[in-house]
Design a protein around this ligand. Sequence first.
Ligand code: KG4
Ligand code: ZN
Length: 341
Amino acid sequence: MKDTYIFSIETSCDETSCSIIKNGNIDVATVTSTQIDIHKKFGGVVPEIASRNHTGVITMVFEECLKKANMTFNDIDAIAVTYGPGLNGALLVGIEAAKALSFATKKPLIPVNHMAGHIYANKFAGEFKFPLLALVVSGGHTEIIYMEKEYSFKKIGGTLDDSVGEAYDKVARVVGIPYPGGPLMDKLASKGKHTYNLPIPKDDNSYDFSFSGIKSAVINLVHNEKQRGNDINKEDLATSFQETVVSILVKKTIRAIKEYDVKQLLLAGGVSANSGLRKELEEACKELNIEFLKPEIRYCTDNASMIGAAAYYAYLKGDRADFSLNPEPGLDLDKEGACNE
Ligand code: KG4
Ligand code: ZN
């Protein structure tokens, strides 16, 4: 079969990224420009600033990507772009760039759901074995997704309020750790002890999650200790928070694995870089005798490689967009799913 090369663009939040992916799982070239340092001083991503910066660097990023691959658009079969979920203005920059490239090169345009991208980041780690479950944990989402076959998604549970990434970032902020707090909290958690007693969030029989309660509990704890003139032990707090959050994620995922009788578990999204979560799920899957796939750290947070991997399967399925494609900031993964068609 002829090789398929997809040129992909990701601009849903604060990374401007372009990639060329061969046959859905070979990363020919990826170039990512991050805005983390720009947003750090505001304590989080400022949407207006994000879109302005995407506009400023997108041309340079895609030119650099072609150069790195030593390819031209003549070698490319299709152009893929994230069209949601994400920040409206940020998504728009990538979409307009993709439309312009598709128009100029006459290559088909493939719309990709950002969360499908996170799941398909696992294609760089191994083959998918269906049916499978994906635990998707990012800055905007916390979901358990059932996949019966390729590019088919059914949400069996999600967060009722904050995502786990958001809870990490807000808890980090209250103890003075700069945005994005998740990675540093994870590092601190490996050095501390579980000394702070935090409530286990939404410990029930559903597959839904809730992280606003534990976030508020930590914020109140820090304020109360400050008022009493006590210092917070950041390492112990990070360990206590991480162990509590990981325990509920793992507990509900294990129950879903048993109920849905799946062959594989995939971990996906920015929080999939979390060392505690990776280790606990690895051990749980070993015990249950099912295969566990997790993305390499460089594919955990937002990047265009994962969009190119997902796009290959969307392309095979026949997904195409025309030039009326617009951002869908609240796009649901269920919408892509053949399970729900
Ligand atoms: O998937 P992502 O790059 O962006 C969204 O699509 O939302 O996820 C970013 C989130 C941030 O909240 C960040 O703090 C979190 O992923 N994160 C982590 C770790 N690395 C990134 N959270 C916990 N532990 C980590 N090691
Ligand atoms: Zn993401």
